[in-house]
Design a protein. Structure first.
Ligand SMILES: Cc1ncc(COP(=O)(O)O)c(C=O)c1O
Length: 455
């Protein structure tokens, strides 16, 4: 089938309402059409670039994998759909739940399946509410999260999110639902303190909020092991120990949102394993299927499962596509690809150290304020002026210059985000940093020239 690209661009501009996009600009500018992707490379409007963001931090195994594609095809042929309500199941969903229990070292006893990171978090909220009602504390309705956090886009997931610009268009957060603790964002908030001290202060802010709200009104604390969308914020040593201890002392459920950090990007299968803490629930999406199929999951600990199983009544929560047999088959194939190619060890032993070294080396540049990394996840925060707007504008210049040189990356405020697919070779990873280095030089020279011409 031949596709008339120009006609499709016009159709897109006319009929497609895009997420996270300025609709007016989109109509006048038209879309950038992605026509193909293979391995770590994307073809966008006839240009091939390295995808330094793994899609939206989701394509852990890269694009166009034959084994996963075949698994999807075969699953669709043999059982294209089957619901999992009223006790029905399918082999792939059952096997996937068992695999996830094993991969999480049985920290989680059972897994609930859904379709997106947002509905996984939404489901975790409902599980927490159900848990507290069964424990005789139905008044535990408040949820805690952190500033700079991102937990998705349904109404409750947006309310949990702590990045300001996502909320006001929709009059969120919902009233009396969420309180945000401080983030362990040392570069922004830790002037004059060590990262450890700032991390302890951020943990203490959680305890302060618990005391203000009252522990007996709080259902759960939601947190990403490292905050990705909010700026690639890496928790310092000691932070998670303190947070776990505070949640345990106040009997508050700790939910690790591993939608980004799951499935190997941090150098272990899950972020909680890399950072050394034990959550009560975990939410997973993206890397579960490397986004070859929309699928997500919530893992619940034996403590929660014991309470949920204590009631002889239906669990009144579920979606049409829970435990989808094609999604589960794709997830199992994706996990096989990760294991058979030793991709987690590749991140731990090769990509992670390379990303850490090359990111740290960028600090020599006067435009770079801070660099942070964990496994294949990295943030490069720029500081060329006192104003946040100017720093963000500079970051966008760098991103455009990187794109012109063949690397696709993204900005959040003044931080450049890099999420290398786990299949990236050491040579390609080195090339990504060469491009970023050159893009910073180019943007800095352009800025200096502009300042000279104004002076
Ligand atoms: C940490 C985190 N949680 C939840 C979500 C929401 O996932 P989805 O977009 O699949 O709903 C995201 C998406 O980027 C995320 O980064």
């Amino acid at each position: 089938m031949t596709v008339d690209n120009d006609a499709m661009k016009r159709a897109d501009a006319r009929f497609h309402l895009h997420p996270m996009t300025n609709p007016t600009e989109q109509v006048s500018r038209g879309p950038e059409m992605v026509s193909a992707a293979k391995g770590i490379r994307l073809t966008i409007d006839d240009r091939t670039v390295i995808d330094g963001l793994s899609g939206l931090g989701c394509v852990n195994i890269g694009y166009g994998n034959e084994e996963v594609s075949k698994a999807a095809y075969e699953a669709m042929r043999s059982l294209s759909y089957c619901h999992t309500f009223f006790g029905y199941s399918n082999g792939a969903a059952a096997e996937l739940a068992q695999r996830l229990a094993k991969l999480t070292d049985h920290t989680f006893e059972k897994f609930f399946f859904a379709s997106t990171g947002s509905d996984a978090n939404e489901s975790a909220v409902k599980i927490a509410y159900h848990y507290w009602r069964l424990r005789g504390e139905p008044q535990r309705r408040m949820l805690l999260s952190r500033r700079h956090s991102y937990h998705g886009n349904t109404v409750v997931a947006t309310s949990l999110t702590g990045i300001d610009h996502y909320l006001p268009q929709f009059g969120l957060p919902l009233p009396n639902l969420v309180a945000h603790a401080d983030s362990p964002y040392w570069y922004k908030y830790g002037k004059g303190k060590t990262p450890y001290e700032q991390g302890q202060e951020a943990a203490a802010s959680l305890e302060r909020i618990i005391e203000e709200v009252g522990a007996n009104k709080i259902a759960a604390f939601f947190a990403e092991p490292m905050q990705a969308t909010g700026g690639m914020i890496m928790p310092p040593e000691g932070y998670w120990n303190s947070v776990r201890e505070i949640c345990t002392r106040h009997d508050i459920l700790l939910v690790a949102d591993e939608v980004v950090t799951g499935f190997g990007k941090t150098g272990k299968m899950f972020g909680f394993q890399t950072l050394g803490f034990t959550p009560d629930m975990i939410t997973l999406a993206k890397g579960l299927t490397s986004s070859y199929f929309p699928m997500s999951a919530v893992g619940i600990s034996s403590k929660i499962n014991a309470v949920l199983s204590s009631e002889n009544h239906d669990f009144e929560h579920g979606f049409t596509n829970c435990g989808h047999p094609v999604g589960a088959a794709v997830a199992l194939a994706n996990l096989r690809v990760i294991e058979q190619n030793d991709l987690v060890a590749h991140v731990a032993q090769r990509l992670g150290p390379l990303v850490a070294t090359r990111a740290a080396r960028l600090q020599k540049h006067p435009a770079v304020g801070d660099t942070r990394s964990l496994g294949v996840l990295a943030g490069i925060e720029f500081s060329v002026a006192d104003s946040e707007e100017e720093n963000a504008a500079f970051c966008n210049l760098v991103i455009r210059a990187a794109y012109e040189r063949g690397l696709f990356v993204r900005a959040s405020a003044a931080t450049l985000h890099l999420v290398l697919p786990m299949i990236t070779t050491v040579e390609d990873a080195g090339q990504c940093f060469d491009i970023i280095d050159a893009a910073i030089e180019e943007a800095y020279a352009a800025r200096s020239n502009r300042e000279r011409s104004i002076a």
